[in-house]
Design a protein. Structure first.
Length: 101
């Protein structure tokens, strides 16, 4: 089973963190710059580490050159569990906007 969700990436942020913005969209702040795929690699690494998966189990399915990405996690896990393990707090599951389940 796989879960696909959308995330807006903010590269070159100086820190790594996950937040849910006012409109209910998931955002990931990354230290890496958007050069030579470094930010994409960091995004995949952060997700894999938080979920205790291999990097092969996490894939960017669209948005490789965009800040708006769709990420696929190849694991038997619910979206709410993914968000919890990523450290996203104060989630209103009724208004998640662009997050897919």
């Amino acid at each position: 089973m796989a879960v696909i969700f959308e995330v807006k990436v903010v590269p070159s942020s100086g820190c790594n963190k996950w937040v849910m913005d006012k409109s209910g969209k998931l955002k990931c702040y990354l230290k890496s710059a958007p050069e030579r795929g470094l930010a994409n690699y960091e995004l995949i690494s952060l997700i894999a580490k938080a979920l205790k998966l291999t990097k092969m189990d996490v894939e960017i399915v669209s948005g490789q050159t965009s800040r708006n990405k769709k990420v696929k996690v190849l694991a038997d896990i619910k979206l709410s569990d993914i968000l919890e393990k990523l450290g996203v707090k104060d989630i209103d599951l009724g208004r998640q906007g662009n997050i897919l389940g």
